[in-house]
Design a protein around this ligand. Structure first.
Ligand code: G3H
Ligand code: ZN
Length: 288
């Protein structure tokens, strides 16, 4: 069933685990994410970027997710990932999203605050949860780690600005830049644990979000989940698994043409990645 993030993230924060937020863009990956949650008895956040909404259609992706969510007995949040405008956030809220992110992290602080405040006002009127970003997270989702640039220190979240940002905007969770990069850049990414500790001091018991989890080693993700980070975003590794399964389908000869035969193993591969992340984040078995 669809729930608001408050219901699952407060628990994650208190019990020191994280809830995975997985990107979807069509039926099969939506099934993979929600079936993994059911299999692992884990709360789950399923999210769409603006480009995923353009690809699938807003009513269509909402219909897919809400229908699948009704068929399982674990809590599901439908979230707008990296929303870029008040209009997009409002459209998603109208369509039934229970959570939105407004991403103005690359704007100067005052402009970021002004943009986010508008979305918070609109969202909170409908009881919808708001995530915003302070600092900038580099990289491009789906990018592969062939020499991706490291996130320069000046793009990291500045803990000294965090409390002011949260208080002035009224957001419900803060996406932080602590060394992760969008895309899978193994070796290029390492968590700045010091920044994370300072953020926890500045914002005790406040939900933090980490983006760009693909390419981060399991041991570091498990350690992140023990901090006040209670939402961890994953996209590229699911895409890689899906694409690899499609490629291996075409490595063999087949007697007949059946797109379901192409997509079924890809769906299974995506589901396996999501299930594994739920175990690493510690959310497996936590569904009430
Ligand atoms: O918002 C989505 C995530 O930040 C995706 O990051 O592709 O590195 O897993 P990722
Ligand atoms: Zn992201």
């Amino acid at each position: 069933m669809l729930v608001k993030p408050n219901e699952i993230l407060a628990e994650a924060l208190n019990m020191q685990y994280a809830v995975g937020a997985f990107n979807t863009y069509h039926l099969e990956v939506s099934q993979a994410i929600l079936w993994a949650a059911q299999e692992q008895q884990s709360p789950v956040i399923i999210q769409t970027s603006e480009s995923a909404i353009k690809y699938a259609g807003l009513p269509q992706i909402v219909a897919i997710v809400t229908t699948l969510a009704k068929e399982i007995d674990v809590p599901v949040v439908l979230h707008l990932d990296h929303g870029k405008s008040l209009e997009q956030a409002k459209a998603c809220i109208e369509a039934g999203y229970t959570s939105v992110m407004i991403d103005a992290g690359t704007e100067p602080l005052e402009k970021n605050i002004a943009i986010v405040k508008e979305v918070v006002t609109a969202a909170h009127q409908r009881g919808v949860w708001v995530e915003a970003e302070l600092g900038a997270i580099l990289g491009v989702e789906g990018a592969l780690g062939l020499g991706g640039e490291k996130t320069p220190e000046d793009m990291m979240t500045k803990p000294a600005q965090a409390r002011e940002f949260v208080e002035k905007t009224g957001i419900d969770a803060l996406a932080v830049s602590v060394g992760t990069i969008h895309g899978a850049f193994s070796g290029q990414e390492y968590i700045r644990w010091q920044i994370l500790e300072e953020l926890e001091k500045e914002l005790p018991n406040f939900p933090l979000v980490v983006h760009g989890a693909s390419g981060i080693e399991a041991k570091d993700l498990a350690k992140v989940a023990l901090t006040n980070v209670c939402k961890v975003n994953v996209d590229t590794e699911v895409r890689i698994a899906f694409e690899a399964a499609v490629k291996s389908y075409f490595d063999e000869a087949h007697k007949k043409v059946d797109p379901r035969a192409i997509l079924r193993p890809a769906r299974d591969a995506a589901q396996a990645v999501v299930a594994e992340k739920m175990k690493i984040f510690g959310s497996a078995g936590r569904a009430k």
